[in-house]
Design a protein around this ligand. Structure first.
Ligand code: SAH
Length: 218
């Protein structure tokens, strides 16, 4: 079936390429292929390809495409990697990660709000990525030891500290990306684990909804 939104999706990707946000063929291809309009509420599909966050219910948001693209570029995913996302929301970001890691990789995406987790599962089915992404219900700040260690961990909500279980579940050579700061403003922080060493880089300001949980806000 023809996708009536494919032209708008191409335009969104072209604009993000022109702005230098998207650079890597694998990331570009994922953003060209994954249908963002299927991850936003039905009444918002017409706005799905604007570069803006959108409400997805329960006071939560799907991040703006430029932020999603930036994070995917920073994470430097490779095929076959095992990935953990904390803050599943609509499932869109996880779907893109799943597209990039391919059929030999896997994404586990944790969401704490049951209605959003259920909808993310349906969105991933509609988007054709449900075999690459498992949506799990729970407090992602406590980690997901069952499938650890992870090559990549990314948190798509604002955290006051780096949740210790997540650092523990990061594999040697792995990367963890997290918005760190207050409820209202954060710094996007990249941590890279190399043996006993942790390399830390600040990638600039950002605004995410809060991580609520044991190592989050109350
Ligand atoms: N990545 C999502 C958007 C994330 S919005 C997407 O692509 O649509 C942040 C999400 O984090 C919200 O859905 C919120 O409910 C969830 N969240 C907040 N605290 C959490 C926690 N402790 N564990 C798991 N999910 C959490």
């Amino acid at each position: 079936m023809r996708d009536p939104y494919s032209g708008r999706r191409e335009d969104m990707v072209d604009r993000l390429k022109e702005r230098g946000v998207l650079r890597t063929p694998k990331v570009i291809e994922a953003m060209q292929k994954v249908p963002r309009h299927l991850f936003v509420p039905r009444g918002m599909r017409e706005s799905a390809y604007y570069d803006t966050p959108l409400g997805i219910g329960s006071g939560q948001t799907i991040s703006a495409p430029h932020m999603v693209g930036m994070m995917l570029e920073y994470l430097e995913f490779h095929e076959g990697q095992k990935v953990l996302e904390v803050g599943g929301g609509s499932g869109y970001h996880a779907a893109l990660a799943g597209h990039i890691v391919g059929p030999s990789g896997h994404v586990y995406s944790v969401e704490r709000i049951p209605s959003l987790a259920r909808r993310a599962i349906r969105n991933l089915e509609a988007g054709g990525l449900s075999d690459r992404v498992d949506v799990l219900l729970g407090d992602g700040s406590e980690g997901v030891p069952d499938h650890a260690p992870y090559d990549r961990i990314f948190i798509t909500c604002a955290a006051p500290e780096i949740p210790p279980p997540l650092m523990e579940e990061l594999d040697d050579g792995g990367k963890l990306l997290i918005p760190l700061g207050s409820r209202y403003y954060q710094d996007l922080i990249m941590l890279e684990k190399q043996g006993d060493q942790i390399r830390r880089r600040s990638l600039g300001g950002c605004v995410f909804v809060p991580l609520i949980g044991k190592y989050g806000f109350s």
